[in-house]
Design a protein around this ligand. Structure first.
Ligand code: AMO
Length: 421
């Protein structure tokens, strides 16, 4: 291999001077690549002077050669011919950008923009971006239309308790908890849609798996014959993302120390009643009809792992535990959840598409039919059977990267305490 001319603009993550040689560890801010810039005083006194005095955290531009024989053990070695100091820090960095000294999550959240100079941080957010790309690819290949529905709404679909209220020119409005109502309305004219969107929810608790602004991947498909059609699509999507990350993010997974295993497929279909049985045998007493809490989810995850399943659907939920838009089947419903090792990743199901039954469902849930009249209107004009799901993007990235806290995989998380940065 011959010498190669290279120009790198980026940040100095570490500096070292050994005798008459100065070393700068530079990252260029895109990939995980680290450049070790080498300057010899005898060869290039001007550049040496600058390199020897450079502060960690400085923005620099370097021009030079990548030698055919690399001496440096870390990164790509660059023999500098010219170094320009683009910007110097005016304060000490709040963390070690090389990542040799790990930073607290609190510090990372406070200074994410600098933290992104750390290899672990770059790996996390590169994987997030690659996952979104894979998600789009999956839907586009299958003829889904990407849509954008309003985030300022006149009615919520996921329960009044978690609505963020806003003043909309004197009228009460809400931030969208999910695109649920709109993606369903669209089934009156488009047969497959998807949206990658923020969810705004005034969840009152602080946990490692909830945020007040989270991201969801929503899909809705018409002319289905049952919830199984939807589950197959969701399963295909999750497998596609895992596959893509495994093949296109090797360096990133390596940086995180994650060996990403393909989940066993087809995913297990576990009925709600079976889930209660398992929980009972492990000392949990869940009343039929109740939703499963995070402790119960965790224990179910352990039981499923013992059977060799990381990912599993919980099906045949009681209707009373599910929202009004889900189709009823006696006391049961056509809803499902998708869990991965005890963490709920998604929920979905077949919807009620028959106008009269939908009105009845709204009443049965004790909701005001008038507030949903704009939604119900769409069910008057030939609404086909349909279903869909909402997949928590942040949670998906958590399980792929092995992050223990959802805040790790969101650049600027919004939780009950955090409104800036
Ligand atoms: P659900 O309310 O279960 O369903 O939300 C779907 C998925 O979104 C993620 N999620 C969250 N992640 C982090 N913080 C939160 N506060 C938060 N809330 C939800 C979870 C969850 O499984 N409209 C239905 C979906 C559908 O039926 O299509 C819905 O919103 O991973």
């Amino acid at each position: 291999m011959a010498e190669k001319w290279i120009e790198v603009s980026g940040w100095v993550n570490a500096t070292r001077v050994v005798g008459r040689i100065a070393f700068l560890e530079v990252i260029d801010g895109s990939e995980l690549t680290v450049y070790t810039v080498v300057v010899k005083r005898d060869e290039n006194p001007q550049a040496w002077e600058l390199a020897a005095r450079a502060k960690v955290g400085s923005a620099v531009s370097v021009k030079g050669f990548v030698p055919d024989k690399q001496i440096s053990k870390r990164g790509i070695e660059v023999r500098a011919r010219e170094i320009t100091l683009v910007a110097e820090p005016v304060d000490y960095l709040p963390l070690d950008p090389s990542g040799r000294t790990p930073a607290l999550l609190e510090t990372v959240m406070e200074h994410r923009y600098v933290a992104l100079r750390m290899p672990r941080q770059r790996a996390l957010f590169r994987i997030r971006a690659l996952a979104v790309k894979a998600i789009r690819e999956f839907f586009e290949e299958r003829g889904f239309l990407e849509v954008h529905t309003p985030k300022i709404c006149g009615a919520g679909a996921e329960g009044g308790a978690t609505l963020f209220r806003i003043d909309y020119f004197g009228r009460e409005a809400y931030l969208a908890q999910s695109p649920q109502l709109y993606k369903q309305m669209l089934m009156c004219g488009v047969s497959k849609v998807y949206e990658i969107t923020p969810y705004f929810r005034a969840e009152p608790f602080s946990t490692s798996r909830h945020l007040n602004e989270s991201w969801g991947v929503d899909a809705e498909m018409a002319f289905i014959s049952g919830p199984e059609d939807v589950m197959r699509t969701l399963e295909g999507l999750v497998l596609h993302v895992f596959e893509k990350i495994r093949s296109s993010a090797r360096a990133e997974l390596n940086e995180l120390g994650v060996e990403l295993k393909m989940p066993r497929a087809p995913f297990k279909r576990l009925s709600y009643s079976e889930a209660l049985e398992i929980l009972k045998s492990r000392g949990f007493d869940v009343k039929w009809g109740q939703d499963l809490g995070s402790d119960e989810e965790r224990v179910l995850g352990e039981a499923m792992r013992e059977e060799g399943y990381d990912a599993y659907f919980i099906v045949e939920y009681p209707w009373e535990a599910k929202p009004f838009y889900i189709m009823r089947r006696g006391d049961l419903s056509e809803a499902f959840d998708l869990d991965y090792r005890g963490l709920e990743l998604a929920s979905g199901g077949q919807r009620e598409h028959r106008y009269d039954k939908l009105v009845e469902n709204i009443r049965l849930k004790g909701l005001n039919v008038d507030s949903f009249s704009f939604y119900l209107e769409a069910f008057k004009y030939g609404m086909p059977p349909h279903g869909g799901f909402g997949l928590g993007l942040d949670r998906l990235i958590m399980v792929i990267t092995g992050a223990q806290n959802i805040r790790e995989v969101v650049l600027f998380p919004r939780d009950r305490q955090r409104l800036v940065p």
